[in-house]
Design a protein around this ligand. Structure first.
Ligand SMILES: Cc1ncc(COP(=O)(O)O)c(C=O)c1O
Length: 339
């Protein structure tokens, strides 16, 4: 096997040994299958290819100092996948089948789980797609669930450091009654132009306002937004953002740390009042925000004056990582230990 440079992994694809699959045919999910092929054999008229019947998830497994492997919030990811399936009318995979597949693929690829000291992890990517021959626009009758894994390092180069974001108005990622709350490929296709614009201008990611009024904060790139002020953790309530499992966890940890938690519409102007802010997600963990630029209005909301992560972001980041790696007790029952 090629040596993996664990400490310098990026957030990219590395081939591993196996993936797992479960097919849904004639109204029922079949047996779990193990494959060593990186390719899928799909009918060219599959609904996932034409009509976007595609859902995915993202979570991580961590190797602890005690050598144990921990998967973070597996059940929450199963539930969100079920919600996405309901949203785009695909067959729902029961949580116990989801768990069976995740545990199997992690165990089969154990040698790809990065060592504790490296700060890297094993990214787990489940996807569920509509397959079979069909031309009309309606839900497929057959589905395929696939899970692959890949070892990853930090999402942003530089790891836990502050980044600049760009408010982009000319492209929307999701509409108020659209599919923004579901993890479907179409939302990411819709985000590509905004992402490219932000990256081309030197920003870490694009920052979305609500599509209807362009007044309230939605989310940032592929991460949720939170701001901190007056000992309060504030995160947008919106019908077009993905319910982030990291954000949900951080709300709990913020409460544990004695902060108030508010989930409510956050107007753009409020950005000027935050003492700290961050983008949060499985890939980014917490990416503290340096500033958010609104070039259309010649405004720059500078959140971190000294360019460093703030104290509460830092505390939350370390607390979350400590639970994920097993350095601190899992008091909320968020972790599945791979036996
Ligand atoms: C659009 C979007 N928002 C937020 C998140 C963060 O969600 P989570 O914390 O569950 O990874 C993600 C990443 O999964 C995402 O793609």
């Amino acid at each position: 096997m090629r040596e993996i440079d664990w400490a310098n992994l990026s957030f990219g694809y590395e081939k591993t040994d196996y993936n797992v699959r479960i097919n849904f045919r004639e109204g029922a999910w079949g047996e779990l299958e193990v494959s060593s092929s990186e390719y899928l054999n799909l009918h060219m008229a599959s609904t996932c290819l034409h009509y976007g019947q595609e859902a995915f998830e993202g979570m991580k497994a961590f190797r602890g100092q005690d050598g144990k492997v921990r998967i973070f919030r597996l059940e929450e990811n199963a539930a969100r996948l079920q919600s996405t399936c309901e949203g785009i009318m695909m067959a729902e995979l029961p949580t116990d089948r989801f768990r069976e597949a995740i545990l199997k693929v992690v165990k089969l690829n154990e040698r790809f789980i990065p060592p504790y000291e490296t700060g890297a992890s094993l990214y787990i990517r489940p996807l569920l797609i509509g397959v079979g021959a069909q031309v009309g626009v309606r839900p497929a009758s057959e589905y395929m669930f696939v899970v692959f894994v890949t070892p990853v390092g930090p999402y942003f180069k530089g790891g836990f450091s502050t980044n600049p974001y760009l408010i982009v108005r000319e492209y929307d990622r999701a509409a108020p009654y659209g599919t923004g709350t579901f993890k479907v490929g179409g939302n990411y296709a819709a985000s590509l132009r905004a992402g490219k614009k932000a990256h081309d201008l030197g920003y870490a990611a694009e920052f979305y306002l609500d599509a209807k009024e362009k007044k309230y904060i939605d989310e940032c790139g592929a991460a949720n937004f939170f701001g901190i002020k007056d000992n309060t953790y504030i995160t947008p309530l919106s019908s077009s953002i993905l319910p982030s499992i990291t954000n949900k966890s951080l709300m709990q940890l913020a409460e544990d740390l004695g902060l108030k938690v508010e989930r409510r519409p956050v107007a753009e102007e409020e950005l000027a009042t935050f003492e700290e802010a961050g983008a949060c997600g499985t890939a980014a963990v917490i990416s503290p925000i340096q500033r958010i630029d609104d070039l259309d209005n010649d405004k720059s909301y500078v959140i971190s004056k000294d360019g460093k992560p703030g104290p509460i972001c830092t505390k939350l980041y370390h607390k979350l990582r400590a639970i994920q790696y097993g350095d601190e007790p899992d008091t909320h029952g968020w972790v599945t230990i791979v036996e």
